[in-house]
Ligand binder design. Sequence first.
Ligand code: PEP
Ligand code: MN
Length: 264
Amino acid sequence: KFVSREFKKSDTIIDINGYLIGGDNFMFMAGPCSVENKKMLSNIAKEVKKGGAVVLRGGAYKPRTSPYDFQGLGEIALKYLREVADENNMLVVTEAMDVENLDLICTYSDIIQIGTRNMQNFSLLKKLGKINKPILLKRGLSATINEFLLSAEYIIAHGNREVILCERGIRTFETMTRNTIDINAIAMIKELSHLPIIIDASHGTGKRSLVEPVTLAGIFAGANGAMVEVHENPDCALSDGPQSLDFKLFDKLAKNIKKSLVFR
Ligand code: PEP
Ligand code: MN
């Protein structure tokens, strides 16, 4: 299989407009869960850039569990992401929810995020094989490691080798946290595959106080990058406030990530 270490021994390194991920190259992605307006995005971008994030994340089209929850600003959010990222010399990652809005998202975003709920949307995966942007593929809510890797295989088999995996927690019997981060999966996938993998402890825990320790655990398990949600005023966030870091917590995490990378 294309994803396997047997097919390719050395780590895949992906160059995204000069920013590298894979091998010894660590890529830090941060930003709000949802883009709410340009000002908030701009304030968050400046803050996370200072902490070493090179990728600005933010949802424009949101896969919300309830149809009554905030669904994202749509195309205007894509414009804000592009403008703010350019102003700060950052890359954009945002989620494509379906085949219909994929082309639009490709015109604005440097990395195309595929959410946990779409990990096995096979028609979408096939289409991702035909585009020339790196894909951030999140692990399905209850996908096994094998199923996760086979979804990456779909994208590569259809022509796009630039896949970044993301461990963002899975459903278990535990209810204290939103999901259970599978640290095993990070170490296991480093053995099985040459593809880069990042840790998303925001969705993986659902609790801002746990984001730092669990991100660091992921890094020590071999993650090639991290994604975190950040908000100026998490209590007022339109989505995922409880797991969003305020600027003070982000700053502390950023410093400790830098320290942790020395030991890798
Ligand atoms: C997100 O990144 O905001 C998101 C919805 O992620 P996931 O698909 O992992 O739930
Ligand atoms: Mn979110």
